[in-house]
Design a protein around this ligand. Sequence first.
Ligand code: ZDP
Length: 365
Amino acid sequence: MLAFSKYQGLGNDFILMEGRGGQLPAAIHSPDPAWVQRICDRRFGIGGDGLILALPPQASGELRMRIFNADGSEAEMCGNGIRCLARFLADSDGDAAGRCWPIETPAGMIVPELQADGQIRVDMGAPFLEPSSVPTTLHANEAGLPAGELQVGGASLPVAAVGMGNPHVVVPVSDLATIPFEEWGSSLEIDPAFPAKTNVHFLQVHSRSQLEIRVWERGAGPTLACGTGACATLVAAVLLGLSDRAATVVLPGGPLEISWAGPTESVFMTGPAEAVFDGVINPELMPAGLNDTLDSLERQQEQVPVGAASAEPATQPVDDDCSEAEAQARVQAFLESTSLDSMINIATESLEQRTLSRFQRDGQA
Ligand code: ZDP
């Protein structure tokens, strides 16, 4: 049985899986891109813009996040996703406002904090403005912003690049409604100026405190929102002289509040994240091979005499990078020491706990 939760932040939606105790097998914590594509598919799978895993820490964080795009590629960071992850952790553990989580990501330590109104404020770390760290081949201008002109379908577009751990290109335009969005978005995503590809944001400036973007995400195409993209947009707009240091960035899915005190400072993002549903993946949608392993473990489990199992699982935190054999041995030990009834209880209790704390908090807000 593989449980998951669906969360969305401004309509940017994710499949989340709990693996902080090291319980996810390698086929899931280091997944095959084809499997990620399948479960993110909106017709053949669960549906989502990406898959997010909560994993045991490897350094000084409380946990580690991995995020995979709907095409199976791994992203370094995800702004909307990390708000969804924070809300999922709060719902799972029954945390109250003020709780914050230092989360390890390939983009560094990112720290979301639960607010009293249920929104999440995130310390997104400082932006990457050194061209090689975006990465981009564009050169930095006088303001220290990588910028230049790119040719797309016969047009020459002025662009700026900002890294938020993941790469972003920001393209100021005069009217978002009339641009050839799909054509420009899809070709800028793979423009050679961005060797790791890029997320693409078309920006219309309404005022110095009101920016609006349309988002073409690397590995996911058009999405309703992009948290790292909203942060990158604010940073680019400030350095282009178009925006104040704090502004509302309006995305198709709704607004995010973004602020940035200056080059070496963190960008802060505040916005919503909401639970949609919890579910269990059909065995046929499990990664190839894993089912057979689980099947044979379950057959062995059926042979364990009832009553021989202890009620409490051995929930030792384990390193998720252990070998497959070790992981299987752990799964087997867990299955052997836990009766089917108590496993069902554990699953039900954690679901109930999450649902309950969600309603309690929403009731207070
Ligand atoms: O960098 C990438 O490949 C993105 N597609 C990752 C996801 C970013 C996201 N939209 C965000 O909110 O930052 C989820």
